[in-house]
Design a protein around this ligand. Structure first.
Ligand code: LLP
Length: 403
């Protein structure tokens, strides 16, 4: 991923920091935009995965839309160049202010998740003399075969409207004069790796639901299938671009689309995960009773996925790559500095002999990394470094040299 000269430069930057490989980002986004045109599937990037201004500006410049889940995300998307009419806004709990501001901005669609939300939107439209475009998020009760915390399409999950409410939903839509319902929205989960099976099943279920609504007199112009395409956390170099085409092909072969219907998807993770790396240094090497600990200066405050979901991120010792000789790999429990026992990057990981000051790469950190960071333990925010602006970030003096 990095060549030796880059590692020398990276070692001079204050850690921890998020490094973004802009070439990989451009290649991923360009391919996504090309497939969107080829398969005639409208793409809305789920900005919750990464809200970096440079990343968003590039994605919007390719004509891709945005999927937002808060009023601030909507405003941020617009300020990063996304066309408001290509913004879809989901979320089970939109506040009145968020609804009002997004209505004023003139976003494409509110993806509504409850009957009460539709009612409130209609009232808001009536008060301000507007007709608001909505799509209804349906809970299709499909198992996405992924981590239970990122499964969203089962009845036990809080998202979407379930079929026991379909009658009342249709009644309500007929009554609402300030709402224009243009379609249906689905999102069944994230980090889906059984691409063909799961997305085929989603399309089949969506076909049934769309037909059911059409039978009940609703004109379904937009079919939004959500996001969820997974990435390869184990082999980020072999699979730096996720199987986009397999996803598009599976959808286009399985979704029943009538003339005038537009199919939408909302990829987040798969566009940005592999271009991001969290770079961190070894603070201390500690010999425990039964194992050795590598204590890094990045912790769960910088990237919470391992602590929250038990997620795997590949970890490499970049400094060791520069050394002329490699002793045998050692087993380490790699941990962060935060005062929580769950602040563990990986247990029993095999790495080259590692010493204080070594630069470590925590891979596939571009999605749900920086956006979920906190300042827990009053740690500083990790800074952002772009691959084409390395010199800007290099410090005059490496602070490790002074210790
Ligand atoms: N659309 C909706 C309505 C969503 O809720 C999500 C993600 C997406 C699209 C984008 O899904 P993606 O393509 O990124 O899988 N923090 C977790 C992931 C949470 C995903 C939440 N919703 C993680 O770090 O794995």
């Amino acid at each position: 991923m990095f060549d030796i000269s880059q590692i020398e430069q990276l070692e001079k930057i204050k850690t921890p920091f998020y490094y973004y490989d802009m070439n990989l980002l451009y290649r991923s986004v360009d391919l996504m935009a090309e497939l969107s045109a080829r398969y005639d599937i409208m793409v809305h990037y789920a900005i919750k995965a990464n809200v970096d201004r440079r990343i968003l500006s590039y994605i919007s410049s390719k004509g891709i839309g945005a999927d937002c889940v808060s009023g601030n995300e909507v405003k941020h998307a617009v300020s990063c160049g996304f066309d408001p009419s290509k913004i879809v806004y989901a979320g089970v709990g939109k506040t009145d202010d968020e609804i009002f501001e997004s209505m004023e901005i003139g976003i494409g669609t509110f993806n509504c998740e409850s009957l009460q939300e539709i009612y409130v939107l209609n009232e808001m439209g009536r008060t301000y003399g507007k007709t608001i475009n909505i799509s209804v998020r349906i809970n299709p009760n499909i198992d996405a075969h992924t981590h239970r915390y990122v499964t969203t399409g089962l009845y036990e999950n809080k998202f979407g409207i379930s079929n026991h409410e379909f009658d009342s939903l249709i009644d309500l839509l007929h009554k609402c004069r300030n709402i224009r319902c243009t379609g249906l929205h689905f999102h069944i989960g994230s980090q889906i790796t059984r691409v063909k099976d799961v997305f085929k099943l989603e399309c089949q279920r969506v076909n049934e639901i769309v037909e059911e609504f059409e039978r009940r007199g609703l004109q379904v112009n937009d079919i939004d299938l959500g996001g969820g395409l997974g990435v390869d956390y184990e082999n980020p170099d072999d699979n730096d671009i996720p199987p986009f085409e397999e996803w598009f092909r599976t959808i286009s072969e399985n979704i029943r689309r009538k003339p005038g219907q537009t199919v939408h998807i909302e990829p987040g993770r798969c566009l940005v995960a592999q271009c991001g790396t969290l770079l961190t240094k070894v603070l201390f090497v500690k010999r425990g009773e039964t194992k050795n600990f590598l204590i890094l200066d990045a912790g769960m405050n910088d990237l919470i996925r391992p602590a929250l979901y038990g997620a795997y991120h590949k970890i490499e010792n970049l400094s060791a790559k520069e050394r002329p000789y490699f002793p045998e790999n050692q087993a380490y429990d790699i941990v962060g500095p935060v005062c929580e026992s769950s602040d563990v990057w990986g247990a029993g990981r095999f790495l080259p002999l590692s010493v204080r000051g070594d630069l470590m790469a925590i891979r596939s950190a571009g999605a749900y990394g920086q956006v979920m960071a906190s300042r827990y333990n009053m740690k500083d925010w990790a800074q952002t470094v772009y691959s084409d602006e390395l010199e800007k970030a290099v410090l005059k003096k490496d602070y490790f040299e002074n210790l």
